[in-house]
Design a protein around this ligand. Structure first.
Ligand SMILES: *Cc1c(COP(=O)(O)O)cnc(C)c1O
Length: 389
């Protein structure tokens, strides 16, 4: 076998990505609250997941800092939860989550990527059939790839397709696990959780896994997510939420039954083989969570702003399929998406193009992440520039 220059194949990959308009670079940014500055231009940040503006809220941070002393500011857990990394604050956060959701147990993990890549291989064994929505997040796909379960994808939000698969394939396995997001991260539309719960009841031996990363903090009276909003929390066997988005922190959680939690503690590799979240970070999460449940005003404000932008987009030719604060503006070609994002940036809105492999080829888009702290004037200006695109 003739060898080639060691790095030649890497260079070729990068050149191909560049030719397709899909080469990614880490943006150099500075942050001040809701704004970012990139290449000398200060812009409103519509690309973060700080949907309620809590990460930009310096009053909230000051209040939290006031609770800390050098004794309670513990920046590292120094070990896995299973060794010496478990601090009282980890247990306290899990107890609070279980109480809020009215479920037996909760388990906190390092991040949502760890949750999804860890829980799925731990619970979906070779006797399990997994049926996952076609558009689920990369972390869920990676979790399925890491495991031993057979998995199939049903057409996005198509419950007829899902039921046909349940009918046809479920009898070949001891159990079936249905996997979906609640608000989909790239399309901003929602899974019909009530119908999924009904389907689960009709097919005994079916478990339901719902990733609420983009709904936690935002939906339902207390912000617990779409499952709270739709009254189906008890039907969900694994309800995953993340703290890195609306909750302005880091980490993730799953609420589940006591037995499921014990299995995860014993089998979930990204829980076992990683350093536990720093106690100071968990304390901040708990501090935010206790306030988050009462932030109905901010949730309403985000819903109002989202409605305004959706209404303005209804006039466009390209259909707006989103029903949330995540608003994709479908463009098609990656290069075109890059140009249109640049145009919005010149008008002071930091909007980024989303390209393959994050979304399917030919569906490159701009992705707006609305935030509750936008003013009426800023929203009106955004709408005007969107209409001019
Ligand atoms: C962001 C996201 C994750 C990953 O969560 P992190 O805490 O950022 O690792 C998982 N699932 C979905 C749907 C997400 O959008």
């Amino acid at each position: 076998m003739t060898k080639e220059n060691d790095y030649e194949y890497m260079r070729r990959t990068l050149e191909r990505l560049a030719a397709e308009g899909n080469l990614r670079r880490i943006p150099r940014l500075t942050h001040d609250g809701r704004h970012v500055t990139a290449e000398g231009r200060r812009m409103l940040n519509l690309s973060s997941n700080d949907y309620l503006g809590l990460a930009a809220d310096t009053d909230l941070r000051s209040e939290f800092l006031g609770t800390l002393t050098p004794e309670t500011f513990i920046p590292s857990s120094s070990s896995s939860r299973l060794l010496t990394g478990n601090f009282p604050v980890h247990d306290e956060l899990e107890a609070e989550l279980a109480r809020l959701y009215g479920r037996e147990a909760a388990l906190v993990t390092g991040c949502g990527y760890h949750a999804n890549t860890g829980i799925l291989p731990a619970v979906a064994d070779a006797d399990t059939l997994v049926l996952a929505d076609k558009l689920v997040h990369a972390s869920l796909i990676d979790g399925l790839k890491l495991g031993t379960a057979r998995y199939l994808r049903y057409r996005h939000n198509d419950l007829n397709h899902l039921e046909r698969m349940l009918h046809e394939y479920a009898p070949t396995r001891k159990r079936t696990l249905i996997v979906t997001e609640s608000i989909f991260s790239m399309d901003g539309d929602e899974a019909p959780l009530g119908q999924l719960a009904a389907l689960k009841r009709r097919y005994p031996g079916t478990l339901l896994y719902v990733d609420e990363a983009h709904a936690f903090g935002l939906r339902g009276k207390r912000g617990l997510g779409c499952a709270e909003e739709q009254g189906v929390i008890p039907d969900i066997d694994f309800l995953v939420g993340t703290f890195g988005k609306a909750a302005a922190s880091e980490g993730a959680f799953v609420v589940c039954g006591r037995t499921a939690r014990e299995l995860l503690v014993n089998r979930m590799r990204p829980f076992i083989f990683t350093t536990a979240l720093p106690p100071v970070s968990v304390a901040w999460t708990l501090f935010v969570l206790r306030r988050l449940v009462r932030m109905e005003r901010r949730r309403k404000r985000l819903a109002t702003l989202s409605d305004r932008v959706h209404q303005a987009l209804h006039a466009r030719e390209v259909p707006d399929l989103s029903s949330s604060h995540i608003i994709p503006i479908l463009v098609g070609e990656s290069s075109e998406a890059v140009l249109k994002a640049g145009a919005l940036q010149r008008h002071g809105f930091y909007v980024l193009p989303v390209r393959p492999p994050t979304v399917p080829v030919g569906t490159s888009r701009l992705r707006l992440s609305l935030r509750a702290d936008l003013t009426d004037e800023e929203t009106a200006s955004l709408i005007k520039h969107l209409q001019d695109l």
